[in-house]
Design a protein around this ligand. Structure first.
Ligand SMILES: [Zn+2]
Length: 207
């Protein structure tokens, strides 16, 4: 009986996200991440492995053909580098612990939440500014982290950050990059406290 209930639940979970395509090997992590983002349930997202991505491990972007469609029908792709390459060291993405992968995906889904608010013209401007302005990259990356925290993913995001920042095999230059462009663990904790305060305030006004 228990197993039967479990099977039904599993089916419902997968069924809710019919617009999501993902490689089987990370399906579990993708489902865990999506549970934090019910708004993305009907959004068309394809998750794909790619041989190599310059400077990053994952990358979320609208599909090119989306620019000829209305914002409502926009489709996204998240590329995941097969090799988690940091300077001269090579890690395989498959060897990254499950929770770290969920934290990473949570950040990428944060980018998609951000893109969902933007018009096609705004997305083009975003792409150009992202290419040429360091400050703009900082803003975009911090926005993605902020969405993830607002959706309750802080423990995963913190694990992913600590995995990088406390890993002796990862080069100082990559750690520096993470510190420069993303939210720090302290800022995330401040955000969590603020979020929880806001929630308890709105709960008390409902009484
Ligand atoms: Zn990012």
């Amino acid at each position: 009986m228990k197993r039967f209930v479990f099977l039904i639940l599993f089916f419902i979970t997968l069924n809710g996200y019919t617009q999501i395509q993902t490689p089987k090997s990370i399906e579990k992590e993708v489902i865990t991440t999506l549970e934090f983002y019910p708004e993305l349930q009907d959004v068309n997202i394809e998750i794909k492995f790619k041989k190599n991505i310059k400077k990053s491990t994952m990358q979320a972007q609208p599909k090119f053909n989306s620019f000829f469609k209305s914002k409502k029908n926009r489709e996204y792709v998240i590329f995941i580098s097969e090799k988690f390459k940091i300077s001269d060291k090579n890690f395989s993405t498959k060897d990254i612990p499950s929770k770290i992968l969920v934290g990473w995906l949570g950040h990428e889904f944060g980018h998609i939440m951000d893109y969902q608010q933007r018009s096609n013209m705004n997305m083009i401007g975003f792409g150009i500014k992202y290419l040429f302005s360091d400050n703009y990259i900082i803003e975009a990356e911090r926005t993605a982290d902020t969405y993830a925290v607002a959706h309750g993913m802080e423990s995963y995001i913190l694990k992913t950050k600590n995995f990088i920042l406390n890993n002796s095999e990862i080069t100082p230059s990559y750690k520096q990059r993470i510190k420069k462009y993303y939210l720090s663990p302290e800022e995330i904790m401040d955000m969590v406290n603020q979020r929880d305060d806001d929630m308890s305030e709105s709960a008390s006004t409902q009484h």
